[in-house]
Write a protein that binds this ligand. Structure first.
Ligand SMILES: Cc1cc2nc3c(=O)[nH]c(=O)nc-3n(C[C@H](O)[C@H](O)[C@H](O)COP(=O)(O)O)c2cc1C
Length: 445
């Protein structure tokens, strides 16, 4: 049998994105615990590495108003993951917490509590949050420019890891920082389990964000990057870039895994799967969603445009009017030029373009074809695994578990059982980033 690299899977329970078709007759609730429990147990039956919860601290806004299509009422991430710790045994539990809007002592305590409750299965997706409106939820009302967001993220991660390094009740050492980024002092307040930020049992770190700053941050701190795949070649280049940045920080390529977002659409034949994919995309991108997407790229109000009509004839505005929904490091003018070309060639409307572009990547085909694509991506070092995003929650994942995973197992590319008592980091085969110098220099009380 051909030797394959081992594939990792995360199961993404969506919340704030357009991915999920909540109006589907088989869709469950985004609030009730039963949805989360069912989803986690399906993922665990598929021997997946971790369940992943995104977080939006505020309903999204566009043009200064609440976005009408947003998902409201999702319960708090760490609360849900803690409850899931009791109804699962092996799967990792990764929650998103913004380093821009949370304080390190609070993050450290919440995550370490989850880590104790789950016996080493906790993970923290560090996001910097790319919008200003979230700041309105907080007394300071603040928001930071990109560079400062990552400076703060580094300070918050350093501080949290320092706190994990301190024994409970240790009054000798304060973890403290008093500067423009952070202003706090704390001592020995977290539960003792898995102590030591470099330990294989301390909370695993994930980073979502693909800018150069984000990549450097991941190479310095993280076990996992949650990214976009785009294409085999682009993903390969992204992985190679990350491997270089890891080396610059004295870390081995395998110490960090790249887990791009991916949807899987299956059919009995390839044609059937393609048809299903189109159907799903059209359900995901309503006419209103299509206009709102194009508005983010154009950076201005386009509500007078017909979603079934052509793209705007004028150029996008200079500077970003939309607040961080669209990847800001991508050239919007290039993107628009590409869309113009495709729509002229194929006579596509605004909505047709949005259906094609406003989406995560998809592997589409028969279970055998999809399994082969996943293996090719991982063997070809375009990814180390995938963060699976489905359109149907909580049950959609079952199809992947039933139809694709057995093929991957048969080909020797995926685990057939969990190792008893493995921590999340042990499941992922990652290594905690070394503590940075600033971290170890503690302030004595
Ligand atoms: C795949 C992916 C998922 C993300 N998920 C979240 C999220 O759940 N909550 C959040 O506040 N930001 C999320 N972000 C946004 C990041 O926090 C970050 O602000 C944004 O990507 C800008 O960082 P970058 O310039 O390094 O890409 C996500 C970003 C990516 C790429």
């Amino acid at each position: 049998m051909t030797q394959h690299r081992q594939i990792h899977f995360a199961a993404h329970f969506p919340g704030v994105n357009q991915q999920t078709v909540w109006s589907h007759p088989d869709a469950g609730s985004q609030i009730e615990f039963e949805s989360f429990r069912k989803f986690a147990q399906i993922a665990e039956a598929g021997f997946m590495d971790y369940l992943f919860l995104a977080e939006g601290l505020r309903l999204r806004e566009q043009k200064g108003a609440l976005h009408e299509l947003d998902v409201a009422g999702r319960p708090n991430t760490v609360g849900v993951l803690s409850a899931l710790a009791a109804v699962t045994e092996h799967i990792g539990l990764v929650g998103t917490m913004s380093s821009t809007f949370n304080e390190p002592a609070d993050i450290a305590r919440q995550l370490q509590t989850l880590n104790v409750l789950s016996d080493g299965r906790a993970g923290w997706n560090v996001v910097t949050t790319s919008n200003a409106f979230t700041g309105e939820n907080f007394r300071k009302g603040f928001y930071l420019p990109l560079d400062q967001r990552y400076n703060r993220a580094q300070a918050v991660v350093d501080a949290a890891r320092q706190i994990w390094q301190t024994a409970p009740g240790d009054r000798e050492h304060l973890v403290a920082r008093h500067d423009e980024l952070l202003d706090f002092e704390t001592a020995g307040t977290v539960p003792p389990e898995g102590l030591g930020a470099e330990s294989g049992r301390s909370p695993m770190l994930v980073q979502a964000g693909m800018s150069p700053q984000g990549r450097d941050f991941a190479a310095k701190n993280s076990d996992v990057i949650f990214s976009h795949y785009a294409s085999f070649e682009k993903a390969q280049a992204f992985r190679a870039d990350i491997t270089e940045r890891l080396a610059a920080n004295g870390r081995a390529p395998e110490s960090l895994k790249v887990m791009p977002a991916m949807a899987i659409v299956l059919g009995d034949t390839e044609a059937e799967a393609q048809e299903r994919s189109l159907e799903i995309r059209r359900a995901q991108v309503s006419p209103q969603t299509a206009i709102s997407f194009v508005e983010q790229v154009w950076g201005r109000d386009l509500s007078d445009h017909d979603p079934d009509g052509p793209l705007p004839s004028f150029e996008p505005t200079e500077g970003l009017a939309a607040e961080g929904w669209v990847n800001t490091y991508e050239d919007r003018f290039e993107r628009v030029a590409k869309w113009r070309e495709i729509s002229a060639r194929e006579n596509l409307s605004i909505r047709d373009i949005a259906v094609r572009e406003y989406n995560y990547d998809q592997f589409i085909g028969t279970p055998e074809q999809v399994a082969d694509s996943i293996i090719a991506a991982v063997d070809g070092r375009a990814a180390d695994g995938f963060t699976l995003v489905g359109h149907l929650v909580p049950g959609g994942l079952a199809e992947v578990v039933e139809k694709v995973i057995p093929i991957l197992q048969e080909k020797g590319a995926y685990r057939t059982e969990y190792r008893q008592g493995a921590s999340l980091r042990e499941l992922m085969g990652t290594t905690a980033a070394p503590l940075r110098e600033q971290e170890t220099a503690r302030t004595s009380a």
